[in-house]
Design a protein around this ligand. Sequence first.
Ligand code: F6R
Length: 249
Amino acid sequence: MYKIFETVDEVSLYTAQRLLEKIKAVPAAVMGLATGSTMEPVYAQLLSALQQMPIDVSQLITFNLDEYIGLNAQHPQSYNYYMYQHLFNQLKIPAQNVHLPDGLASNIETACQAYSHAIENMGGLDLQLLGIGSNGHIGFNEPHTCFASRTHVVELSEQTRIDNGRFFTEKSEVPTHAITMGIQDILRAKEIILVATGRNKTDIMAQLFNSNIDEALPASALKQHHNLTIVLDREAAALLPEQAFKSAV
Ligand code: F6R
């Protein structure tokens, strides 16, 4: 199902409300969370709604999608740091309920397996929030990642390193590798919300709309999911046919 709004504010408000509804309905919900520019206004709206109407988040469990390899939690570009800056410093979830992939794990393969197991042990993700890369990645699952993949180490594509270079002083500082939940971990979520905003996402959203399910376009894996909402602003949806605007496609 597509939900298309005029502005980023409306997209973020709608997405934050969906998260809130989930927490209200399932106080011990297991939430898969994303980072990136798209999520900043979503988390800001969520925090502002919670300020106006506090609800109990003490049972909430979170699993982040991904983390750069080689950056520690204090590094301002690590996803761990991002999550505390944009959400966890204000949202009082017990520390043991927060899960972030460890980009500094000494045995990274074991850490990857343990991460997917931890999600399963919690009963799986109730809701997975996703952004999308301009090359169609979800999490850091780059084009041609196997759809059966579980949490694993990836070599970041040139496109992703260029896109994410905007957060670093020099592109050479962008890590070359990351740890990411696999596509199978994502697909097992009971509900998925993919959010994309802005001109940088116009082409990929059109490609996704028109594509078959194909490992060359990681986000196309989501087309097999039975409970997917794609939330877009007018710019990201600019090349979508009228059909997408009207309905549940
Ligand atoms: C981040 C993540 C990535 C981003 C994607 C879009 O945790 O999993 O897939 O969602 O790269 O990033 P932005 O929102 O910065 O365009």
